[in-house]
Ligand binder design. Structure first.
Ligand SMILES: [Zn+2]
Length: 387
């Protein structure tokens, strides 16, 4: 069992230690963490959200974030364990995985309900919560270099936070994600991810949720869209990257990005909190395998966005929604990134320069470092039709 210890930082923010399962005599347990003795200013009130009547979408205005930490030197890293010289955000000499409220949040710290029937000129407090997830006390490396036990602890942290944040007043969507690489705007090198709890359903989730609900209604509630796509991809085989017992990954039929992989559980669950222990165990394994494949494509680390799509907290959309990961990268060659230009940025109309089938083939063919194959091997060759 993952050990979970909740505490508070000097300004009242919540911080939670997640300790790897299993006995560890070699390091102090994070339960013995010292209190945060820093002098910190009071937390600011939430920023503002504004309703964009033109698109029926909310926009968060977070002008106060301009002063946030940007690529600090390693000896001033805010998510390394605290030392005498660097009183960091984590007041412990060591830890495994830690989650804490962002000091410069786009949403929150207060939670609550936003205006229900907004129009032009409607504003509201940017309610919600933004959390940081540090994957490791080590400053260098990345998720793909974590051991499987540590990756499993991160999965447990995602599930725990999804459940807890879903219960906050007014929250409509919980979004765990990781931005990897300075090319896509990472402001801290230390391996970490984030979790946003939104007081509204985001535009992308609304689009996916509406399509999923339409399909679900069309089958009289007997099938889900994501489940049917997973079945179709496994039967076709040409875009499969890996197949496990409980999860499979494929490059989607109409991939938008030069590198795009969807990792989908075989069982319909709304979110990470609904996964069984066995499913979480396998997820830690297959997710590491997937990231190692991505990193094996090029000699240098590939920037990516790893985005967990979880069911919105919405009575209409939730029954048809289906947890899955969308892993995307703008990298289209060793030295080239795709930039979102006119068609994509202005019109949302994507043009992909590579075929999804060729990307899947490359991802299947790469040699994954042996440490990923510590448990049951995953099938990476398509087998044609499945029963
Ligand atoms: Zn660090």
């Amino acid at each position: 069992m993952t050990g979970i210890t909740s505490t508070q930082l000097a300004d009242g923010r919540e911080l939670i230690y997640f300790d790897d399962a299993g006995p560890r005599a070699d390091r102090p347990r994070t339960k013995t963490a010292t209190p945060d003795r820093r002098e910190l200013p009071d937390r600011a009130a939430p920023g503002e959200i504004r309703f964009d009547a033109l698109t029926d979408e909310w926009v968060a205005v977070a002008a106060h974030r301009q002063t946030r930490t940007h690529l600090p030197p390693a000896d001033q890293c805010p998510i390394c364990p605290t030392t005498a010289a660097n009183p960091s955000e984590i007041p412990a000499p060591d830890y495994d995985v830690v989650v804490f409220e962002n000091r410069f949040p786009s949403l929150g710290p207060a939670a609550g309900h936003i205006p229900r029937e907004p129009g032009w000129g409607t504003t509201g407090p940017a309610y919600g919560r933004c959390e940081v997830v540090s994957f490791t006390p080590e400053h260098t490396g990345s998720f793909s270099t974590l051991g499987e036990a540590r990756a499993r602890t991160v999965v447990e942290a995602w599930a725990h936070r999804t459940e807890a944040l879903s219960k906050l007043p007014g929250i409509r969507q919980v979004f765990p994600f990781e931005n990897r690489g300075a090319d896509i705007g990472v402001t801290l090198h230390h391996p970490h991810g984030q979790i946003y709890a939104y007081p509204y359903i985001t535009p992308r989730a609304a689009t996916l949720g509406t399509a999923a609900r339409k399909f679900y209604d069309g089958s009289d509630g007997r099938q889900t869209l994501t489940g049917s796509l997973l079945r179709a991809e496994r039967e076709d085989g040409s875009r499969m990257v890996m197949e496990g017992e409980n999860f499979s990954a494929y490059v989607p039929f109409a991939a938008r990005w030069p590198l795009e992989i969807h990792l989908v559980p075989h069982r319909q669950v709304p979110d990470l909190a609904a996964l069984s222990g066995e499913e979480k165990d396998e997820l830690a394994h297959v997710y590491l395998d997937l990231l190692k494949r991505l990193d094996a494509l090029y000699p240098t680390p590939t920037p990516y966005i790893s985005a967990w799509h979880q069911a919105p907290l919405d009575d209409l959309l939730r029954p048809a929604s289906y947890l899955h990961l969308q892993l995307t990268s703008p990298r289209r060659a060793a030295d080239k990134l795709k930039y979102l230009a006119g068609s994509e940025a202005a019109m949302g109309a994507f043009i992909n320069d590579v075929t999804p089938e060729s990307v899947a083939e490359r991802l299947r063919a790469v040699t994954v470092p042996a440490s990923a194959a510590t448990t049951a091997p995953l099938r990476t060759q398509p087998e044609g039709a499945h029963a």
